[in-house]
Design a binder for this molecule. Structure first.
Ligand SMILES: NC(=O)c1ccc[n+]([C@@H]2O[C@H](COP(=O)([O-])OP(=O)(O)OC[C@H]3O[C@@H](n4cnc5c(N)ncnc54)[C@H](O)[C@@H]3O)[C@@H](O)[C@H]2O)c1
Length: 252
């Protein structure tokens, strides 16, 4: 499997080492990529490094908060120092604020848009600039089924994920002539730290499962498999796509 992906020895940058970013970082490291994982939570970084070590892989961690353009550029520069211009970049930071439109203030809107979309722009632009100069690279953003569906209490989140998909498509078009592919994965309902507390409350888990044709929630490793494929040599002619990994949720 690792040889098939041809990631051996290549630099990889994963920003966001939580459930989905962490699983993908581990998958990239297991495929032999020299992987750097960035998170503002040291506990998350330790957990990813330990999980990689448990499966016999190694990765480097970088403790940083990516909430500003300068911080994003500094993270990319530091990654380049560590492993060279990354061949693979995954953006996997984001959060939701589950409240109705009429209960959200200006700051709430801006906070979600900044974390979910602006950091993708700052990091994607900086990584893309370097990949274009090298004539090679793979970028994947973590979108969501919320890019397509109108879930109540998801307005800023849905806007940020719809924005990710269109930003991704324009980057893909501009950078295709330079050997750089840009795609997204759109997870359905996946159990991670982001969603666990919500799922454990008030029958939410059963309610969500009933909306998924496959009849179950997804696992972080199922997102990691799709992201790893899109970040590998095997996906060289795939660009501008959002690959929904959702057990059929967007079919109904
Ligand atoms: N879990 C799901 O069901 C699901 C579904 C669809 C989309 N997504 C998307 O997947 C992405 C990753 O989500 P997850 O489920 O892995 O969540 P998570 O909470 O497990 O991980 C997110 C990580 O981002 C880090 N982070 C947050 N702000 C940061 C900052 N300013 N600087 C550095 N690190 C920061 C957090 O510390 C955390 O480790 C998000 O964009 C989310 O919207 C998740």
């Amino acid at each position: 499997m690792a040889g098939w992906l041809n990631l051996e020895g290549k630099g990889a940058l994963v920003v966001g080492g939580g459930g989905l970013g962490g699983a993908t970082a581990r998958s990239l490291a297991e495929a032999g990529a020299r992987t750097v994982v960035v998170d503002r939570d040291e506990g998350a970084l330790e957990a990813v490094a330990q999980a990689a070590a448990d499966s016999g892989a190694e990765l480097a961690t970088l403790h940083a908060d990516v909430s500003t353009p300068d911080a994003c550029r500094a993270v990319v520069a530091r990654c380049v120092d560590m492993v060279g211009t990354p061949r693979a970049f995954l953006h996997a930071v984001g959060r939701n604020d589950r409240r109705p439109v009429l209960e959200l203030g200006d700051d709430d809107w801006e906070a979600i848009l900044r974390l979910n979309l602006s950091t993708a722009w700052w990091l994607g632009q900086e990584v893309g600039r370097r990949m274009v100069a090298e004539g090679a690279g793979r970028i994947v953003f973590v979108s969501s089924v919320s890019a397509l569906l109108a879930h109540p209490d998801h307005a800023p989140y849905a806007a940020s994920k719809g924005g990710i998909n269109q930003m991704m498509r324009v980057m893909a078009r501009e950078w295709a002539p330079h050997g750089v592919t840009v795609n997204a994965v759109g997870p359905g309902y996946i159990e991670t730290d982001l969603t666990r507390a919500y799922l454990d409350r008030d029958g939410h888990r059963e309610a969500l499962e009933s909306l998924v044709p496959a009849g179950r929630l997804g696992a972080p490793e199922e997102i990691a498999d799709a992201a790893t494929f899109l970040l590998s040599d095997r996906a060289g002619f795939v660009t501008g796509q959002c690959l929904y990994v959702d057990g059929g949720r967007t079919l109904v």
